[in-house]
Structure formats: structure tokens, C-alpha cells
Design a binder for this molecule. Sequence first.
Ligand code: SF4
Length: 316
Amino acid sequence: MSALLEVRGLKKYFKSGGGWLHAVDDINFTLDEGKTLGVVGESGCGKTTLGRVILRLLEPTEGQIIFEGEDRSAPSKKELVRMREKMQMIFQDPYSSLNPRMSVSELIMEPLLLQGKLTKTQIMQETSKLMDLVGLAGRYGSAYPHELDGGRRQRIGVARALALNPKFIVCDEPVSALDVSIQAQIINLLLDLQERLGLAYMFVTHDLSVVKYISDDIMVMYLGQMVEKAPSEELFVNPTHPYTQALLSAIPVPNLSKRKERIIMQGEITSPIDPKPGCRFKDRCRYAAPECGEPQILKETSPSHFVACCKSNSHN
Ligand code: SF4
């Protein structure tokens, strides 16, 4: 079976002052239908830009985006419209991504109206089906976003993303603006929809505890690069890159006996503008050595577990 999505050598650079900001730098991965890739890293690591480039909301600088076996790196206008139907996005802050002057049902029917394929009656039927699918009671149809809580607003965002029957959804920090009690409801909704509709997700977040629950594989990004990628369980049991180890050590653990010492990252963050060829984590890494100044290549340290660190065998 070929992958639903294949990303090869993807780069996105932005002009910044006299140089280039390497927001996404040579990212490679594949994602199968019905699976979830979690993408984690601190803010500024390029994870949100990566999602936007894959959806072609931003032009890639270099690289290939192969979706359903076809190269979508430089689509025609017509292809782009078709692509946008199959590849959607759920945004972090549902409030700012929804037009406050539109009611819930108007917001959900908007993508269908813009698509222009269905009659008015069909659109009404689809809208009510979508509300049902995301757990929004029909009585909220005439409500406005400000009248709803964050969880219900995010359900509108999910319904809009589902309206055109996508196969792949970039979920960009979809629960980080929500109360903890509501986060679990939205995560469960996304998992349930994935099972029912066979959706593939790229789940972008800074919160590793959330990503563990939802992802099949996890990619850790640091300053535009993938530094580690592994099946979710494996990454949590055997984090190998020093940056991943530091991120994991910061997750609160309720059981005191299982609590590990928190690794504090010291030093300055390397500038992402025209970075030097060596490891970009070097200035914050407690294992840094002269050989870390060389370019770091991703190596498979155990099945499906990739790490970009020349000393990956000596500190796990
Ligand atoms: S390559 Fe060197 S500096 Fe970079 S993470 Fe590995 S040990 Fe640390």
C-alpha cells in the first residue's frame, strides 16, 4: 500500500534581514491513511509552518509533497482547489478563526456553499449531519460563536474541516487554548472521527502528553529540522536525542516515585537565520562535543526509530 502523504526534502525559508530564516529544513516523512503523526517542539521550531506548507497555504522553497501518489508541490489552480478539499486544517484558536457575525450553521455550511456542488436543501442536510457528527446539538445552529464555550467552538472548527470530506487534516494545537477538562473531549472526538472516517492527522503541538495519546508516530522538531522520529510508545520509553529527553523530562508525572529529574536546557538558542551546518541544539546540549559541529544525519537506531545525533549511542 502506498502512503497517503509523502513529504520529501521539504524546505521553507523566509527572507530575514540580510539572510534566510530556515523555518523548515529538509523534512522527510510518510503518513498512511487512518494514521496520526504527532509533530512536537517548542514554539518557533517550524512545526506550524510545516503544516501550512504541506497544505500549500505557504509555498515551499524546495522539496516534494506527494499526496495520493501524485506530486502536489506545484499544483495548478484547479488542482489546488481539489487538494484543499482533501487536505484541511483545524486551528488552534477557534474563536479567532471563526467569523463572529455568522451563526453556527452558517459557519458550517460556508465551505459547502463555496464549493458550489450541492443544492440548498442538500447543504442544509449536510450541515445538520456534520453538527451531529461533531456532537453539536441542533439547537446551537442559530447561536453565534461568542455564545458558546471553547469546546463547542472547536467542534465548529472540526465540522468545517470535515465538510468537504477530507482524507488528511493538519490539527494545529487544536486543544491548547481549551480548559484541561474540555481538551480530553476534543481529543476523543478526533479519535472517534478518525476511526469512523479513516482520516489521517498531522497533530502539531508543544504538549507531549497530548501527542502521546493520539499519535502513531511522533516527530520531534528543533529549529526547522527533524531531530528524532519514532513510534509513539518507543519515543516515550526510549527517548534518544538530548532535546527529546529534555522535553520529556518536563512533563508532569502524577506518581512521585516515577518522576525523573528535569533536564534544564541551558545556553542560547542558535539563530535560525543562515544556521551553521552542525547540530543546531549544540549550544543547549549537555553532551556537546567537537564532532557535533559536523552536519547531523538521521540514523535508524532501532526499527523505525530515527535520531539525528552523532552521540546517540552514548547517552541513553
Ligand atoms: S549532536 Fe552533539 S550537540 Fe547535538 S544533540 Fe547530539 S550530542 Fe548534543
